[in-house]
Ligand binder design. Sequence first.
Ligand code: NI
Ligand code: MN
Length: 227
Amino acid sequence: MNITYFGQSSFLIEMNGIHLITDPFISSNPKAPDIDVDGIKAQYVLLSHGHQDHVEDAERIAKNNGAKIISNFEIVTWYGQKGIDGHPMNHGGKWKFDFGTVKYVYATHSSVLPDGTYGGNPGGFVIWDKNVCFYFAGDTALSMDMQTIPMTCPKLDFAILPIGDNFTMGHEDAAIAAEFIDCDTIVGCHFDTFGYIEIDHAAAISSFAKRGKKLILPAIGSTVEGV
Ligand code: NI
Ligand code: MN
C-alpha cells in the first residue's frame, strides 16, 4: 500500500495494484498549486459527500481515467447523469471491489452538490483487504456511532480523520474519535487549507499524544510515511 497526500481530504491510495483517490479538491486548493490533476491515474474516485472542497476535480479525474465513482446513491446518480460510471452505496452497506472491501459508514455533517442538488447523507469509508484496514472519515463531527466501527470491521491499522475544526471536529475531538475507533495511528486531513481551518500543529500532535496516539500531518505532494 502506498498513499500520497494532495491536500484537504484528497489522498491517492494504491491498494493491490489499483489506485483510488479520495475527495479530490486540487485545482483551486491554494495549498496545492504543484499537483497536476491531469497527471493523476486512478481507477476509482471515492467521494464522502457532495461539498465542493471534496468533489471539485472528481469529474475531471473520472473522465481522464474512465474511473468509477464510489459514493452514496445520490452522488453516484448525479455523476451518472454526466456519463460517469459509479457504484452507489448507503450507510452500513459493504461491497467487495477488486482492490478490497469498502463499507460506507455514517458521518455527522451535511451534503449538497455544487449545483445545489441534494447530496444524500454524508459518509466515510472503511476499506480493507487481508493485509490492512483503514478508515477514511470524510467530514464529520465526533460521534458515538464511531464506536460501532471496531465492532463491525477488522481492526484498524490507521485512520484518516479531519482535524481542522469549524466545519468538522477539531483535533481535541478527533483524538477522542481515535479512542472510539480503537486506532493508534491517525493521519490528519482537512486542516490549513484556508483560514477557518488553520491549526496549531504542535497542539494537534499533543492532543493525540496525551491519549497515547500518533498523529501524522502529511505534507502535500508527499507520500504519507508511518502508516
Ligand atoms: Ni463538507
Ligand atoms: Mn469539507
